[in-house]
Design a protein. Sequence first.
Lengths: 450, 595, 169
Amino acid sequence: MPAERRLIFQHIDEVGYTNDIDCYLRYGGYQTLKKAVAQSPEDLREEVKKSGLRGRGGAGFPCGVKWSLVDRKSGKPIYLIVNADESEPGTFKDRYIIHQDPHQLIEGIMISCFANGVKQAYIYIRGEFPKGAQILERAIAEARAKNFVGANILGSDYSCEIYVHRGAGAYICGEETGLIESLEGKRANPRIKPPYFPAVLGLYQCPTIVNNVETMCQVRHVIDMGGEAFSKTGTPGNTGTRIFCVSGQVKRPGYYEFECGKITMGELLYDVCGGPLDGRQFKAVIPGGSSAKVLRFGERFKGKRKLGADMVDYDWGVEDVPMDFDSLAAIGSMGGSGGVIVMDDSVSMVEALANINAFYSHESCGQCTPCREGSLWMKKISSRMVHGAARAEDAALLKSVADQIPGRTICAFGEGCSWPTQSFLIKFKDEFETYYEAKQSRAPEALQLV
Amino acid sequence: MSQTAPSPDLVTVNIDGQEIAVPKGTNVIEAARKLAVDIPHYCYHEKLSVAGNCRMCLIEMGMPAVDPATKAPIIDEATGKQKVNWIPKPVIGCGTNVSPGMHIRTTTPMVKDARESVMEFLLINHPLDCPICDQAGECKLQEQATGYGRGYSRYIEPKNVKPKRTVLGPRVTLDDERCILCSRCIRFSREIAKDDVLGFTERGSYSTLTCFPGRELANNYSLNTVDICPVGALTSTDFRFKMRVWFLKQTNSICTESSVGANTVVWSREGTIYRITPRQNDAVNDTWMTDSGRMLYKEVQAENRLTRPLVRGVAVTADAALDAATELLRSAQPGTVAIVGSGRSSVEEQFLTRKLAEALGDKVGAPVSVVSRVGEGDGLLLSADRNPNLRGALITGLIEALPPTYAPLAALAAAIEAGEVKTVISVGEDLAEAGLSAEQLAKVSVIYLSTHANATSQAAAVVLPTLTVFEKSGSFVNQQFRIQKFAQAVPGPAGAADDLATLSALIAIAGGGRGGPVSDRNAVPNGRVETLWKALAAEVPAFANVTYQEIPDDGLLLDATPYASLPFVEGETLHHKPTTPISPLNERATTSTAA
Amino acid sequence: MNLKPETLQRIDEVITHYPVKRSATLPLLHLIQEDVGYLPEGTAEWVAAKLEIEPINVHGVITFYPMFRQKPIGRRHIRVCRTLSCALTGGYKVCDTLKEEFNAELGEVSPDGEVTIEFVECLASCGSGPVAMVDDELHERLTPEKARELAAQIRAESAIRASAAAASA
């Protein structure tokens, strides 16, 4: 069994480790920031580029490239927003970082701000973390008192302020332009791109960097280790560590940090998480948050994939798939946010999809037609199948509705809300077509999902 | 590069195989429109910011392929032309600005499928109440359903329930179930009317258009939201359930509310007007007009409409009334007749009014006053000068200087008091309202050409009923010195005669002495504007090369330089910046007469 | 709006965090809700005036974000997670149990005024599901039995508060 390699979660749940600055300093905290401000911002950005660090928010976009797209010639201020609104069902890593190790995040933010000439940063934290917001505010105050945040940090001529901004229960704020709208005090309707690419026309129409919490923490380790050294962790193209959040029907759900690509799905679920509950068998797994396409145990994936610069053949069962961005993309799903949701043979896939569809229809901002109408339609169909009359033709209808959404919406929520239905209907089509029969024999005490 | 840019400000793009050069910054919908390629859309409106939310205008877009290293074009060997890299996903036409060499496809299966999908999504929660919907016949959803509708519904779930028949304001009614959430009305209110009261509440498919509770959509531009609503969600409370739009005849007209001269369409059926809507003129009113201007048609069937000629308050035939006028004018001492002309009269009427003044005078012509109307401009489409055609009066030579903005008939009143004026011909102006006292009116014999009864018609010796702007044709010159034509939408009431005919008759009566175009009082047939334009072109320098027929639908800009130093009262409005200092009199712009 | 002096002070402070006042819309709504318990009538106008925007802009925001509420809730606020991971580990039963315990309808104040129970989307603690928040406190790995204990605890705390209040009165 591969061993965990904890960079970000090094001290999570460690006995005696507390979230105050004294503890953080005892463990060598803010040394990396000191090291950073002694370098030039350009060099720091180059280190991040060299590290191959990919954003941990879902899309896996290279962080160094994201930073290089920022318009530095506009003369307008550059803002940095930390997306701590992580709301992808199945993902819960931010909770631990924010509640137990807030200074690691703040150090990562300050390094990133310094590297990008940012004078003002906001942490947009999801509304469901009221304590997390308090902890962050206290931590920022502590860091300010020690001159790690605020005016002339560490005696330099560089100043940067961080503010905590609370969301209020809208998943769409995880979309970076929706988040920006929300931070501007508006309904979180994502913006059309073009022209509103955050790197050019972001917060207050100024160049803006939006990075995930885990990414910010990774930056601290990139600078700590050096880009070159960091790039050697993980696998080529999938560098660093990845935090997997495992939930659902598995013996030992929870968080686990591994080097990217150094663990397979089978190792994660059987060896690390203890396998299925007693008397059950794994049926399906969603590998990267609930919008990622579902994998069916027993299916096989064959093809060629990119490994660094090379193309290599693969022939995998679900258990064999390495848990990295590129491998999961190669088999038609995604690493996404690292949220692994496990379903065993006791679960009706129709009901599981109805649960997911209820989530996405509730969270659609409603701005653009395909997502607004499609997500609710899918929810209505799947809920009716469970609670009303299910028809054999609903399977084809659901799939068809889902197919009409992705690629046609303002933001990636269109994909996010349709991929579950598309993949469930492809991989468990029979279960949907015969659900009206299966319902007849459904035990009244069976697990309710919707 | 396969394209050759004809000018640095033009960009050549290829749409469905046809090349066209369009100005930089043009979006794909507008570029396609120039090639008569229709890209259906709901949320996009050329005069509003781009929202990109309806997704109906999805098209395929590609860019010429270049070698990433050398930037050299990559040539397709089969065709010998530069390859095009097509983007795998469709993009929105409204939010995509042209760039050199851009390729657009609007007829591919991907585009058709995208449009059909959007149509189906828009219809699943939309009530199918077209039979009772006011928008039927001019509904974009209905129109596109013909091209992209499925023809049957796959939707068996309950439709969303939302508020119906919401009174948004004094003139607009909202049906939220019909709303497709395009946000045009919200953007209009925020961006054009500057009255940010509309917005969405809730979210997702349950999003609901609303006016802030306790506030009203009451601004003077509220009905524009009805015009731009692509569906039947926002309806005009005035027009609601009155008439099917396909029964209505459309006539181009000009709003007479102020010197802006908003271009309009008058919608009528069988002699009755049902509504007025704006007509696009990008140099004047864009696609907008005021609510107040839309209500002016109500004057056509107003209770005080004059439909019979009167002599001393007694209804008579038109001939008898003209006989009475003849007697008055022939018995008048030379030099004792004065004329009150109007900035509301058409160019043609003002020209004949001038002719009448010349015919009445001995050597210098009868004195002419024109009534000014000054109100507060709103900076958009209501200007401070509430006369639609004051510039016409200058150009036609009816007046040489601007009328005083305060007490416009003071000079006339003084002349009456002094006994110098004994007879007054008023061409459409209510003299009492314009400042003549009852005593002053009693001292003169008034020949009054008017559409409506009022204090002046009661005091007048002879009343000659005339037509409203909707019942006749002609032209106005707006604040920009743009001459714009209006056409007769409905016939006038029996008993009212065209102003031009009546003015011609009066000129004949006055003797036609000096240069009158007619000598027979029946010489000008009703409403024949064209016949007058020969004389106008011959006698009015500004019209030397103009024929009525050739004035375009969006008007013709005249040379304003002869009037550049006049202190016009207008401030800035949508497409008008005053070039002369605003009249200091406007500072105390107490409206001498209500507009 | 009858806000505590410290709330007004925090409102003025938080506005300074942003170069554009409107950005303080969500923070102000949070602060008012924490003070009053919900967003009373007049909130949108008050916030709009404070931030120099139009009330409809605030109204649209209040109704967009589910955490803002326009009516009072019970003494305690229970939010049970409904989303997949928690549902897979028994979230629906936990929610039903709590509803039974307090005889409450979702989103409504229970008849005894004790709680308002909401069945909300993902609380981001999927690995320890099913979870529920009681006010700001997270409760993990709930079962129907634990839910009943939680209900008993809530009632016990309420009784202590009530007797303390009676004693001081």
